[in-house]
Ligand binder design. Structure first.
Ligand code: PEP
Ligand code: MG
Length: 586
């Protein structure tokens, strides 16, 4: 426990918002000591006793994990406990532990050393992985190892805290997060972790505010120091001034009130005051989000990023695995629509077989990869088709940059349909097919694309980076990445107009669809569908329901004449402040 005096000045840290809510309270620095392991030789006559000690430590670890599993099951429900089941399975891995026992016998080394070394091999391989998911899962393996080592050293785990506090740690394992939540935890703040970290996933399920990826907070924060943690924006303030605390208390109160009012919107349609109805759907990456989405009252899933199924895998998931996942989505959302995007790998997204490219965003990405791998593509198309039997599934292709790609992809889709028909497997023969408009060339030929598909979905995340030549992930040029650049706004109008003239609906699944500052403009430009991050859905719905379509069209016409992003943003901001003073805008 660190006992230095708190900071004199407030320190503001910025991390990744992992679970919404605002926590204000004292810090508890949770230090997980890396076990100190000695390499010791043992005598032949000590072997049996040492093996017995190890067996006991494993049994004790097993008991602890079972208890955590039971507690998590009660608190979070069965579907959230897979992490702990996986840890228990690891602990029951006969091959691994036979190897450990054999090494103790043959090398005559103490169990602490052999356990540390043998499990360390798995851990290192997983940590070296390129994808975030596997690296996160390496923590689970390390956690099991440390649990055995702690039990070998006969030390107890910290699980009880005095009073309520914000837990600050370098990293929290799944079991830490759950065990600590038996106390009154106000929030979690960690140095490491991304949006798929356990702290992120579990704190959302536990409804405890959390910020991850704070890099240095476990070194900077002092025990008992006061902290403000904002799980909406990812800001953490250590030793906040009274003024800061008051500001966050006010933000917390207004969010509570706002959220309470938003829940009333759940079952209402996304319809303007003059009854212009649009579709309001959500973007989904993980099945764990489904429960939350159902609560928010979405019209459907407008983008399922299927490539997240590949995370952590060496090979592509089989047709069967994919089918099970797509079916789960389709069934959970039924009768609402689920749009499955075929794998969009490459660029910044993980892939087992990654090509070395100087410009990955301009390289082998999305549809380009899948068209080069027709067998794998066919498997995915078959899996999507099989999940479409109840007619609430649509599919779309990412990174389309010319017509030929659409035609080739559709040909493979026909081939997949033909195979299924021959095999007597049911599917929706009229499944709707769309393309993402996220490459400028696709935007230019929107009318031609629209003749070949049922809908267009604008991917602004990529479209903006390609149109403005600004890398979407590069901080140095982030001020040039402009959603409200007049070129972007005019381009959007063009895509929407051309698509609709050809009789297809036009949606948007890029982040811009979930930006409250853009809602009225997009509505006025004639967008038919908004697919947003689940957190933003209630606010976007509130805006849509609070404006007339005719007024939105007027605003869009006005904005289309503007010449700079500053002018457009200032106009939209002042309009939002007047019409929706309680909606926070960036
Ligand atoms: C987009 O580019 O806007 C999009 C939705 O796709 P992704 O963010 O997955 O590239
Ligand atoms: Mg994209």
């Amino acid at each position: 426990m660190k006992t230095e005096s708190p900071h004199n000045e407030e320190t503001v840290l910025k991390g990744i918002p992992a679970s919404p809510g605002i926590a204000i309270g004292p810090v508890f620095v949770f230090l997980r000591h890396a076990p100190v392991i000695e390499e010791r030789s043992i005598l032949t006559e000590e072997v049996e006793r040492e093996l017995g000690r190890l067996e006991q430590a494993i049994a004790r670890s097993h008991k602890e994990l079972r208890k955590i599993l039971e507690f998590a099951e009660k608190k979070l429900g069965e579907d959230k406990v897979k992490i702990f089941e996986a840890q228990l399975m690891f602990l029951e891995d006969a091959v691994l532990f036979d190897a450990i026992y054999a090494r103790i016998r043959s090398e005559l080394k103490n169990p602490e050393f052999v356990v540390h070394d043998e499990i360390g091999k798995y851990h290192r391989i997983m940590l070296a992985s390129k994808d975030e998911y596997t690296r996160e899962r390496a923590n689970d393996v390390e956690d099991v190892r440390n649990r055995i080592l702690r039990n070998l050293q006969e030390q107890r785990a910290i699980s009880r805290l005095e009073g309520s506090s914000v837990i600050v740690s370098q990293n929290l394992t799944a079991s830490d997060t759950v065990i600590l939540s038996r106390n009154e935890v106000l929030g979690y703040a960690t140095d490491l972790g991304g949006i798929t970290s356990h702290t992120a996933l579990l704190s959302r399920a536990l409804k405890i505010p959390a910020v991850v990826g704070l890099k240095t907070i476990s070194h900077t924060a002092r025990d008992a120091e006061r902290v403000v943690l904002d799980g909406y924006s990812g800001v953490v303030v250590l030793s906040p001034t009274e003024e800061t605390v008051k500001r966050y208390e006010a933000k917390r109160a207004s969010y509570h009130e706002f959220e309470a009012r938003l829940t009333g919107l759940r079952d209402l349609p996304a319809e303007t005051l003059d009854h212009h109805r649009v579709e309001l759907s959500v973007n989904v990456e993980f099945e764990q989000e489904l429960e939350f989405i159902k609560l928010q009252g979405a019209d459907g899933i407008g983008l399922y990023r299927s490539e997240y199924l590949i995370v952590g895998k060496e090979v592509f998931p089989s047709e069967e695995e994919q089918f099970n996942q797509y079916k789960l989505l389709a069934e959970t959302m039924y009768p609402k629509r689920v749009i499955i995007r075929t794998f969009d790998i490459g660029g910044d997204k993980m892939m087992a077989e990654s090509a070395k490219e100087n410009n990955p965003f301009l390289g082998w990405r999305g549809i380009r990869v899948m068209l080069d791998k027709p067998d794998l593509f066919l498997e995915q198309l078959r899996a999507i088709l099989r999940a479409s039997a109840r007619k609430n599934v649509a599919l779309m292709f990412p990174m389309i940059s010319n017509l030929k790609e659409v035609r080739r992809a559709r040909k493979l889709l026909d081939e997949a349909k033909h195979q299924l028909r021959k095999e007597g497997i049911p599917y929706d023969s009229r499944i709707k097919v769309g393309v993402m408009v996220e490459v400028p060339s696709a935007a230019v030929i929107a009318e031609d694309l629209a003749e070949e598909v049922d809908f267009l979905s604008i991917g602004t995340n990529d479209l903006i980076q390609y149109l403005l030549a600004v890398d979407r992930g590069n901080d140095v040029v982030s001020s040039l990445y402009q959603e409200f650049n007049p070129a972007v706004v005019r381009f959007l109008r063009r895509i929407i107009d051309r698509g609709k003239k050809k009789g297809v609906w036009v949606g948007m699944c890029g982040e811009m669809a979930g930006d409250p500052l853009a809602t009225i403009l997009l509505l006025g430009l004639g967008l038919d569908e908004f697919s947003v991050v689940p957190n933003m859905l209630p606010e976007i719905k509130k805006i849509i329901r609070g404006v007339k379509y005719s007024e939105a069209q007027k605003i869009a016409r006005h904005v289309l004449k503007m010449k700079t992003e500053d002018e457009i943003k200032a106009h939209l901001k002042s309009m939002m402040k007047k019409k929706f003073p309680d909606i926070p805008i960036g």
